[in-house]
Design a protein around this ligand. Structure first.
Ligand code: MN
Length: 305
């Protein structure tokens, strides 16, 4: 059975506390549990000041099969930052200031192109985009069938992106770009004509995130998230807007949740409770075969301030 652990973002102290709280013990430098396996939902890096240590702990667990892991958008970005494209520039250009500032603490700990940086990027490349374990599924942001179809020809047998996939996945005009966006960063849906909202940075947006896990939110007004107080239509969402309707329990990270951990739906859990920001938690869901996910199965530690 599995303990699914949320986005760590370089907070290694909290990771060790959480593992110990779940009775994982460190033997021969590897955390392990006598009869459970951990699963990391990605986003090991960017944020906290212990990114190298976080990678050491998680990589050792994955290599010794005491844990499984999937790729987060931050690992995908780190690979693109380190991968030259055919035009000679990196797939995530270094001249764009935001690409560097978002990643600076990682680069401070693992200097660009150093052997330890290269080894870390090589390990990130071995992380699958998703895990389908039959009775449960894990992906960083959205389990999205249409994007799996698009991505399938760019994956190896273990569902890792092939080396040649990173260039098309970084090219906004290529179908693989949107597929990776959906799987690792979430779905945005165009609002009905005439509707818009201002995002956190004050930019006017006409596409919004939706609660793809929530079948009971049937109108635009109820289903859309992150739109603040903007007026939204109370008309039904069209059927074309994606919802996760499968019975198989699904675990995701990515969403910077607040408050007391609880399932998003009876078949969907988000384990990301924002340990990378003040007041956040590192959380895990201890899954033991149940089809209906329950809030009592969450375990967490508070962020060390
Ligand atoms: Mn993420």
């Amino acid at each position: 059975m599995y303990d699914i652990i949320g986005d760590i973002h370089g907070q290694a102290d909290e990771l060790e506390q959480l593992l110990q709280k779940m009775d994982y013990q460190k033997t021969n430098d590897v955390y392990r549990h006598p009869d459970r396996q951990a699963i990391f939902v990605g986003d090991f890096i960017d944020g906290g000041h212990q990114q190298k240590k976080t990678i050491e702990i998680c990589k050792a667990m994955v290599e010794n099969q005491t844990a499984l892991a999937v790729m987060g958008n931050h690992e995908f970005n780190a690979i693109c930052f380190a991968t030259p494209g055919s035009d000679g520039d990196y797939l995530r250009p270094h001249a764009k200031v935001k690409n560097v500032t978002d990643h600076q603490e990682f680069l401070d700990e693992l200097p660009f192109d150093s052997p330890e940086h290269q080894q870390t990027i090589d390990w990130f490349r071995t992380l699958p985009l998703f895990l389908d374990l039959g009775e449960l599924r894990i992906i960083h942001a959205v389990w999205h069938h249409a994007s799996f179809t698009t991505a399938s020809q760019w994956l190896n047998d273990e569902n890792c992106l092939l080396p040649d996939a990173y260039a098309p996945a970084s090219n906004k005009t290529h179908p693989l770009y949107d597929a990776i966006e959906y799987l690792l960063k979430g779905i945005e849906v165009e609002l009905p004509a005439g509707y818009a909202f201002n995002d956190k940075k004050g930019n006017r947006r006409t596409a919004a995130r939706i609660q793809w896990w929530n079948e009971t939110a049937t109108t635009w007004k109820d289903a859309v998230i992150g739109t603040g107080n903007a007026p939204l239509p109370e008309t039904p969402l069209p059927d074309s807007v994606y919802r996760y309707r499968d019975n198989t329990p699904l675990f995701v990270g990515h969403y910077w949740m607040n408050g007391t951990p609880t399932p998003l739906a009876q078949n969907v859990v988000c384990v990301d409770y924002s340990v990378a920001r003040p007041g956040g938690k590192l959380s895990a869901y201890r899954w033991s075969g149940e089809k209906v996910l329950e809030s009592g199965n969450f375990v967490w530690v508070e962020r060390v301030e």
